[in-house]
Design a binder for this molecule. Structure first.
Ligand code: NCD
Length: 319
């Protein structure tokens, strides 16, 4: 694909957090993602921009969407893609992350994608390798590529994000998706709200540049977009909600609660979904309101743009 946007337009070594990005970098990546959204462009023969380059996917935590979409994105751009199954690698034999990094670096990858249960692991890896590192989710810290794909999904559907009122609802406390989205949506001019029970909201939420609500009726009022989050039970030590049934009653998105938002409000969810816990199937599967499948589709295009942009911006690797 001929890229009319010069590589120098992206000034970025790694994508570890939304704070790595300024507005021009964000616009650059979203514009490039938009081009890749056109399926004929994604699958065309002329876009083997990463031919001869190696992408290593390093997933220390389970993933369906993110890992597969990075794999597909890399392959569509012509890269050699290696996905490390951590359970079968030397990490299971006790190798430290830094030793793994040194081993991987010796293989001279051109791009490294990492998901890890510890917040900050991708940043540590980035100090030890000589290629761009992309954070595919670290602990409860950040998930910047998810936020970018969410922004692209909205921009593609609505034309622009400026002035949108977006409610992010549910288990904010354990959500790296929420942390990245709040920052990105704020930069892009949205009015962001967090809605959830006190037990699932971080203590410092009032310093995130958002409005905080504890009930769906007032939180969803006048919203253009509702982003639902999974109850991240695997990150909860102890009990944060009385029961899933009660949680759905107060915070699960159903028709009644959807009606609190604007009449044409759109619903998003990063997946995996717990149907009947944070969202009803009726809403999740309604093509008129749900962008959930579109988010997955957009994820591949957005990741193609991120891989392409970073590879182009760092032709000789990073120091
Ligand atoms: C999210 C994640 O892993 O942080 N999923 C994803 O990447 N699509 C959200 C979640 O696990 O609930």
């Amino acid at each position: 694909m001929s890229n009319p946007l010069a590589s120098k337009a992206l000034n970025l070594q790694h994508l570890l957090a939304i704070s790595d990005l300024n507005r021009p970098n964000i616009e650059f990546l979203l514009d490039l993602g938009e081009k890749y959204l056109d399926l004929s462009v994604q699958k065309g023969p002329a876009i083997k921009i990463l031919a001869g380059k190696t992408l290593i996917n390093l997933f220390f935590e389970n993933s369906t969407r993110t890992e597969k979409s990075f794999e597909l994105a890399g392959r569509r751009l012509g890269a050699d893609v290696i996905s490390m199954a951590i359970a079968r690698s030397s990490v299971a034999k006790g190798e430290t992350l830094l030793d793994t990094a040194a081993t991987l670096n010796a293989m001279n990858p051109d791009l490294l994608v990492i998901r890890h249960g510890a917040s900050g692991a991708p940043a540590l890896l980035a100090q030890k390798v000589s290629c761009p590192v992309i954070n595919a989710g670290d602990g409860t810290h950040e998930h910047p590529t998810q936020a970018l794909l969410d922004a692209l999904t909205l921009r593609n559907r609505l034309g622009q994000l400026d002035g949108l009122r977006v409610a992010i609802c549910g288990d904010i406390l354990h959500s790296r998706v929420a942390r990245s989205n709040v920052q990105l949506l704020n930069i892009l001019g949205c009015e962001v709200r967090l809605v959830g029970p006190t037990t699932l909201l971080p203590a410092d939420a009032d310093r995130w540049g958002v409005e905080v609500f504890h009930d769906m009726q007032s939180g969803l009022k006048g919203c253009d977009v509702i982003m639902m989050l999974r109850l991240q039970l695997e990150r909860m030590a102890g009990s944060f909600v009385p029961s899933k049934r009660e949680y759905f009653h107060f915070y699960g998105l159903d028709r009644t609660k959807l009606d609190y938002a604007k009449p044409d409000a759109l619903v998003m969810h990063p997946g995996p979904m717990n149907r009947g816990v944070e969202i009803s199937s009726d809403i999740a599967d309604d093509p008129d309101v749900s962008l959930i499948t579109r988010q997955v589709e957009t994820g591949v295009a957005m990741r193609m743009a991120i891989l392409h942009g970073l590879a182009d911006a760092n032709p000789g690797g990073v120091s």
